[in-house]
Design a binder for this molecule. Structure first.
Ligand SMILES: Nc1ncnc2c1ncn2[C@@H]1O[C@H](COP(=O)(O)OP(=O)(O)O)[C@@H](O)[C@H]1O
Ligand SMILES: [Mg+2]
Length: 192
């Protein structure tokens, strides 16, 4: 990455939750090129436009939730993990686990997903057959975040918003895509 592009994204210092409801984990300003030193991953690999979008969500400029989508291998999970690295009190769950905690009535997990400042839900729409468990689990987490956490959540899936509407119906589509949507394009990084 060229030096001229470096100081674009900054992680602003936030003592208290911002208007958006969540905080960065750092207490200092961190330039984009130094983000990698603050997480466990090389966050500088995530495209600048996505960092900018994320930054404006955390600072309350854009609307939550974020629906991050794109074909397989584009780096969605990687980006989600980088975001989790820099957020205070951010929970992570994938759809399989979410379905599991729904059917086992795992109240501890649901409570954790309610109180976290941000939740990342990965693999939305990733199961071969969309069953009622799948639909109920996604609806439940979206409702929970909407009711208790100002919709602060990052939903990650392979499907374009229109396709998501076909798969899950318009009620869930509306819950997941009412904020900010971002498509990760490019090539399959696993094949690189
Ligand atoms: N920006 C990136 N630069 C380099 N490698 C990346 C980047 N994003 C993801 N990867 C790597 O590419 C592979 C696929 O990324 P992943 O995030 O799992 O894709 P997706 O969730 O979109 O299917 C992983 O091994 C990951 O570490
Ligand atoms: Mg993934």
């Amino acid at each position: 990455m060229g030096a001229e592009k470096l100081p674009i994204v900054e992680v602003a210092a936030t003592e208290k939750p911002l208007a958006s409801g969540c905080r960065y984990v750092q207490t200092r300003r961190v330039a984009y090129d130094r983000l990698q030193k603050h997480g466990t991953r090389d966050a500088g690999q995530v495209e600048v436009a996505l960092w900018r979008t994320f930054n404006s969500l955390v600072s309350g400029v854009r609307k939550w939730p974020l629906y991050l989508w794109g074909d397989t291998g584009r780096g969605k999970t990687f980006a989600g993990l980088c975001f989790r690295d820099v957020l205070a009190n951010c929970a992570w769950i994938d759809l399989d686990r979410l379905c599991e905690i729904l059917v086992t009535h795992d109240d501890g997990w649901w409570r954790a997903l309610q109180v976290a400042e941000c939740v990342v839900v990965d693999e939305i729409g990733g199961r071969d057959n969309v069953t009622w468990v799948d639909v109920d689990a996604v609806k439940k987490i979206a409702d929970l975040r909407e009711r208790y956490a100002s919709r602060v959540a990052i939903y990650i899936g392979n499907h374009a918003p229109d396709r998501l509407k076909e798969i899950y119906g318009r009620r869930i589509f509306s819950r997941l895509c009412c904020g900010t949507t971002y498509e990760l394009t490019g090539s399959d990084r696993r094949m690189a």
